[in-house]
Ligand binder design. Structure first.
Ligand SMILES: Nc1ncnc2c1ncn2[C@@H]1O[C@H](COP(=O)(O)OP(=O)(O)O)[C@@H](O)[C@H]1O
Ligand SMILES: [Mg+2]
Length: 471
């Protein structure tokens, strides 16, 4: 009963009951007034007729009229002519009502009489006009208004029943509603507790009705999926770090020990320099891992803005062209004027650097003149950044595998690297809702970083309002 649903149901119920009571009372009051006015009008007409008789024929005329009326039966009509002491002279009322005896001027009178019916004596209500004649005689002209009282009783009963039923239905409905609601909330609470207790695979129950609780449950489940994905990623990263950084660290340590043991200055210097190179390589690996983790966590989206992929490609290509020429290779760049996307400029540049690094590093392993192509293609839906080389390429069955962390192909072992380059590019692609595709360049590898193009904003209406706001 403490739930908000129950409270709401109760408030609705109260409002509903109050409205019902108001409508019924108003109807009753209006109908009652109308009926009463009708009764009084007929009595008044009767009074006028009898008063005329009295004016013309005196008491005798009145007695004659009363006799006629009671004999021919005016329906519901009640009459009485009584002497100053109350003795009945004519009419169908059994006696002069006590109230009339106390009233010494003419006016309206309400009283009740007992009548004998087949089912026993009954009390009936009467409304009447009471006239004190000059000589102290009482003349009463009235109507049985029992039907008005019956009407009042019926309305009162309806009111009571309605209120009773509404209350019952309201409380029942409220309890039912809040129980149903509570049951589902309890389901969510139980799942959340279970998850907190470590059963991470548990999910919030969804009923399938598509209502707001279902939507809440679905959102919670999506969130839990995401958290689970992230946690799995983290676990993978940490176990990868543990396994794959052990070897270089051990090597680093061995080299440092060599340096300590080195006989002469020259050897010590060499050993230390190679130690530093190793440490640099390790730092690069760490950086890549951190970048991957950052991209996977979706955190990097905070730094998203408009990036012109064409411009990034031109900039990075400028750095790489001399490196390719150093290898006596050729380099070509095919880039449109602009290729806007929404993303992180630094990460896009890093992805291109990683792809170019690979093209340069592995492209020259084939025994032919190295050639590297960088192109940016624009389509309505996406922008593609392509790096193609004519090296040995990656066999079809390994193209998915090499995107994983620390995966390197056998012939790559001789080249420096940690196997994180492509997995960082793939993470960056995922972060941008894009994809990294590896294809056969016949010969060589063609790496395509596909990114969703920035959607043109709907044309802005430059009306007076925004101009003013701008000022
Ligand atoms: N352009 C390429 N040509 C041939 N093989 C490649 C190319 N790019 C990547 N690979 C293969 O994919 C593996 C993973 O690449 P990457 O993740 O960049 O790691 P790394 O370059 O540090 O080895 C490489 O070791 C290599 O075997
Ligand atoms: Mg690489």
């Amino acid at each position: 009963m403490h739930t908000s649903t129950f409270r709401l149901a109760t408030i609705y119920l109260l409002v509903f009951a109050a409205s019902v009571a108001a409508v019924l009372s108003y109807t009753y009051w209006q109908a009652q007034r109308l009926l009463q006015a009708q009764v009084e009008q007929t009595i008044a007409a009767d009074v006028r007729g009898i008063a005329e008789q009295y004016a013309v024929n005196g008491l005798g005329g009145v007695v004659a009229v009363l006799r006629r009326r009671t004999q021919h039966g005016v329906p519901g009509g009640l009459y009485l002519l009584a002497g100053p002491d109350g003795e009945v002279l004519a009419g169908n009322l059994p006696s002069l009502p006590a109230k009339a005896r106390r009233q010494d001027h003419s006016g309206w009178l309400d009283f009740s009489i007992r009548v004998i019916t087949p089912s026993g004596p009954r009390k009936r209500h009467v409304r009447a006009y009471h006239i004190r004649l000059d000589n102290g005689f009482h003349l009463i002209i009235g109507r049985d208004i029992e039907h008005l009282y019956q009407f009042r009783r019926v309305i009162r009963n309806i009111l009571l029943w309605t209120l009773g039923l509404t209350t019952l239905l309201g409380i029942g409905g409220g309890l039912l509603l809040s129980r149903n609601f509570l049951r589902r909330i309890d389901g969510i609470t139980a799942s959340v507790r279970a998850i907190r207790a470590g059963r991470l695979a548990r999910r919030v129950p969804v009923e399938g009705s598509g209502d707001e609780l279902d939507r809440l449950a679905e959102s919670l489940n999506d969130m839990l999926d995401q958290i689970e994905r992230l946690m799995r990623g983290m676990r993978e990263v940490s176990s990868n770090i543990a396994h794959d950084l052990k070897t270089p660290l051990t090597r680093l340590k061995a080299q440092a020990e060599d340096a300590l043991r080195a006989g002469n200055e020259e050897q010590r210097r060499e050993a230390l320099q190679s130690t530093i190179a190793q440490a640099d390589e390790l730092l690069r690996t760490f950086n890549s891992l951190l970048l991957i983790a950052r991209a996977e966590a979706g955190q990097a989206r905070a730094g998203f803005g408009e990036v012109d992929v064409a411009e990034v490609a031109r900039e990075i290509a400028e750095l790489y062209e001399p490196l390719v020429e150093e290898q006596e290779g050729s380099f070509s760049l095919d880039v449109p004027a602009h290729a806007p996307i929404i993303g992180d400029r630094q990460l896009i540049a890093q992805a291109l650097v990683n792809l170019l690094d690979n093209a340069l590093k592995y492209g020259r392993q084939a025994r032919r003149k190295l050639h590297i192509d960088v192109l940016v293609r624009r389509a309505p839906e996406h922008v593609e950044l392509v790096v193609a080389d004519n090296g040995p390429g990656v066999p079809e069955e390994m193209r998915e595998k090499v995107k994983e962390r620390f995966v390197r192909l056998d012939k790559a072992r001789s080249a420096p690297g940690s196997g994180l380059g492509l997995s960082l590019v793939a993470s960056i692609a995922r972060l941008h809702d894009g994809a990294l595709l590896l294809e056969d360049n016949k010969p060589g590898l063609k790496a395509i970083l596909r990114l969703p193009a920035r959607q043109e904003k709907p044309p802005r209406r430059d009306d007076g309002g925004s101009a003013q706001a701008g000022a």
